[in-house]
Design a protein around this ligand. Structure first.
Ligand SMILES: [Zn+2]
Length: 199
């Protein structure tokens, strides 16, 4: 962000496949804000309890304290008036309700940083990130490294058989793949179906 005068809020989105360092980047930005003594609040969906319920932990074991929330509306209720910077991890678990919450917070003058997957296990745009990308002031796309061939990887390959949009997991259940190695394994009809999350 360049020069921003007092009390102007904005939206930043960090998105990409799994294993691309999204949480790491989110934690890095939030830490810098904390070092500058800004008031920071951090949220993650309680659905994601892979590592800890009171912290965001990256695959590389960076961690930062966070509050677990059930829904996007829950975030709104927990925001303290003096908070200046808000971090939200795993946005996909919070569904499209997050768009309104994030917009309201930015309109209130807060800096909001959201991290999540931009595409799902079939390679389709994954709510609510596509809408947030359109509304954000700043976008960062993180790439992983293809676990098959070493090229830059944009896709999350699911390695287990499941048709559920959300299957919580990490190493062993998913891997990062490049465009060439990604196998969506889906018919053209299924590809056209719109994705919507009810998390
Ligand atoms: Zn590849």
């Amino acid at each position: 962000m360049d020069i921003v005068k007092a009390n102007m809020g904005w939206i930043e989105v960090v998105c990409g496949p799994m294993f691309s360092g999204k949480s790491e980047e989110l934690i890095r930005r939030l830490r810098r804000a904390e070092i500058a003594r800004q008031r920071v609040q951090i949220f993650k969906p309680s659905l994601d309890d892979r590592y800890s319920n009171s912290e965001i932990v990256s695959h590389s074991q960076l961690r930062i304290d966070s509050q677990a929330v059930e829904s996007a509306a829950d975030i709104m209720q927990r925001i303290e008036a003096r908070t200046e910077v808000i971090g939200i991890d795993e946005a996909n678990f919070l569904g499209n309700g997050l768009v309104e919450v994030v917009t309201r917070l930015a309109d209130l003058g807060k800096r909001v940083i959201v991290a999540g997957l931009d595409t799902d296990y079939l390679g389709r745009p994954f709510d609510p990130i596509p809408t947030l990308l359109a509304l954000a002031e700043q976008i960062t796309k993180t790439l992983a490294i293809c676990m098959r061939c070493g090229n830059p990887a944009k896709f999350t390959q699911r390695l287990i058989a499941s048709d559920d949009l959300i299957v919580v997991g990490a190493g062993g259940m998913y891997e990062a793949r490049c465009r060439r190695c990604f196998e969506a394994g889906v018919t053209p009809e299924a590809r056209q179906k719109t994705v919507s999350t009810e998390a």
